[in-house]
Design a protein. Structure first.
Ligand code: ADP
Length: 297
């Protein structure tokens, strides 16, 4: 593997954080309105986020602070807006014509929805992994090199490819077949390739939308181990319908649910946000307890 290192990194988007916790986050509020105590600098702070699809409100009033180098799990019944909210964190909802996001999403002290922010740069810093592994119909190598090229990196990609595959715990399995088509890999390998692809643009956050739901238990365990390894260097927000998974890997958990609006449609919102141990062993809201004990959902 070449060590030319001739890779030009694009400018990061503006980051203005002082690295301290804003005063508004200092106190515990278990309704999700503010961060629990002991969180370091939040990587994201959602302030009154509402998402509409067309004229229908889908998610309302989300106020959550997500910790740096933590894994934050978003759990709750189907249709409560977990994926919709997750997509607010890297402006993926911009790609859905009917979606409209209100409120602020503060990332490193900057509102991601400010007019001067370039969504392509946001997605470079905040990578995403989807439910179904979705490698491009290209070689393993080109799957990884694609993203860095799109965001303007130039030159030899060998080091970028190797580094991303190593971080995703895939290098040893594929180093001798980098030029073969990614579709020849197992499902679990394809998902780790997608994680490597997301890491290749040097993000500091990974968003994962049910990343294991299409995988067998052994591949799932490998991804969970990988998440715990990755959180040393990255912050992770994961949507999962698997409560055991949330309990195993996450530091904090937000429980979402849905209410019926007057007009008859369902609106998702956060019921409770706390340390994962608390959510699963001593939740403050009976709706959370019913959900995590399997009485509802
Ligand atoms: P969850 O991830 O909790 O299952 P979603 O975020 O997928 O929930 O969905 C929340 C609500 O938004 C649901 O009522 C869903 O039908 C609606 N929704 C999600 N995506 C779209 C879309 N692209 N267009 C219109 N409505 C959508």
């Amino acid at each position: 593997m070449s060590r030319s290192g001739d890779v030009t990194q694009p400018e990061p988007i503006k980051a203005t954080t002082s690295g301290t916790v804003p005063a508004s986050l200092a106190d515990v509020a278990r309704d999700g309105s503010e961060a629990p105590k002991q969180m370091g600098a939040p990587i994201f702070e959602a302030r009154d986020v509402n998402v509409h699809y067309g004229d229908k409100l889908a998610v309302r009033d989300v106020r959550l602070a997500m910790g740096e180098h933590e894994i934050t799990a978003l759990i709750g019944p189907s249709g409560c807006g977990k994926s919709t909210f997750l997509r607010c964190l890297n402006r993926m909802n911009d790609l859905i014509p009917s979606a409209k996001v209100d409120g602020e999403v503060i990332y490193h002290g900057q509102d991601l929805y400010a007019s001067e922010v370039d969504p392509v740069q946001v997605r470079k810093h905040v990578g995403m992994v989807f439910q179904k592994p979705n490698p491009f119909p290209k070689s393993i190598y080109d799957n990884i090199a694609f993203g860095p090229r799109v965001v303007g990196m130039k030159g030899n990609m060998d080091d970028v490819v190797e580094s991303a595959l190593r971080r995703a715990a895939l290098w040893d399995e594929v180093k001798d077949r980098l030029k073969t088509n990614a579709f020849g890999m197992s499902g679990g390998q394809q998902q780790r390739l997608c994680i490597a692809r997301a890491l290749a643009t040097s993000p500091d956050v990974l968003l994962m939308d049910e990343p294991c739901s299409a995988l067998d238990p052994i591949s799932t365990a490998r991804i969970e181990d990988l998440m715990l390894e990755l959180k040393k260097d990255y912050s992770i927000v994961i949507v999962t319908h698997n409560m055991q998974q949330a309990a195993r890997v996450s530091d904090r958990t937000a429980f979402f649910t849905v209410d019926l609006a007057d007009e008859g449609h369902r609106i998702g919102h956060v019921v409770e946000f706390d340390q994962t141990d608390t959510i699963f062993s001593n939740p403050s809201d009976s709706r959370t307890e019913d959900y995590v004990t399997g009485k509802f959902g």
